[in-house]
Design a protein around this ligand. Sequence first.
Ligand code: ASP
Length: 336
Amino acid sequence: MKNLLLVLLLTLFGEMLFAQTPNPPNVINVTKLKSNAWKSNNYTIVIHGGAGTINQSMSDSLKLAYNNSLAEALHIGEDILKNGGTSLDAIEKVLNYFENDPKFNAGIGSVYTSEGMHEMDASIMDGRDLSCGAVAGVKHVPHPISLARLVMEKTPHVLLSGEGAEKFAETIGIKLVPSNYFDTPERFKQWEEYKKKLQEKMHGTVGCTALDQYGNLAAGTSTGGMTNEMPGRIGDSPLIGDGTYANNRTCAVSCTGWGEKFIKNTVAFNVSALMDYKGMTLKEAVDEMIYKRLQPDDGGLIAVDHKGNYVMAFNTSGMFRGVATSSGIFEVLIWK
Ligand code: ASP
């Protein structure tokens, strides 16, 4: 009888315990958002076009050209979000725009490796459920960010590299381009100067983070890597948690700078983790990583949190960047 009572009590407590164990917050978010189609009028989009030593004495016409490109990219993303589009769509389209602009080190404007080739990396992440996709070391793909999204949506994998990634691209109908598609006089000059040791630490990777009207965060990054890198070198940009991260619980992050430093410090994930585990605000978490963990001249990042707060921080002399929000903020900036 005593034993029976004990079993009964244990069963009852067990059930109460299970009833009170919450589901993982991400699962709750996804289900709720899907079934209720909840929508606010709030959105935020933040973009970057690379951090580094950006010469303040650049010509006015070049300055204007950069500012115009940043503004155009922001308009593309903002229009998508304003019209109820998703953060993922905004990110892909913004980064496609940059990948077509030779001023930025992604897609057509990708830098040269030490062997005079171009190797591109990209990644994208969906903060709803942590799904993500990335490509590394692709040489013939005009829009690596779109291929990264297809890896996320159409394969069971997270990261495809080199030939395998390009084979996958072909099987889903992406037209590959010859490697001279990525040859641009400006990058060639930069490579020549680099070899003569006149290099400026200017990177030019592109990134985008967004919060859409459904409360979903996403982040994406696309790059041609670093000038004169060894063939096969992979930086932080295609690595989830290093160069890109998004989680609806916390924030979305895209990094730019010296990739090896961002990998060693797991920068993008750590911004989210500091918010999640330590209760820091987005700004506190970003400040910790950019100004305390990294060193001067390592790079920068953009980030937006689940409430639409945003940060654009860098420890270099400049970072091409911009932000647009539903509250009417629209600005593009290069230096501090
Ligand atoms: N982080 C990129 C890489 O290391 C470069 C950059 O952001 O400029 O490949």
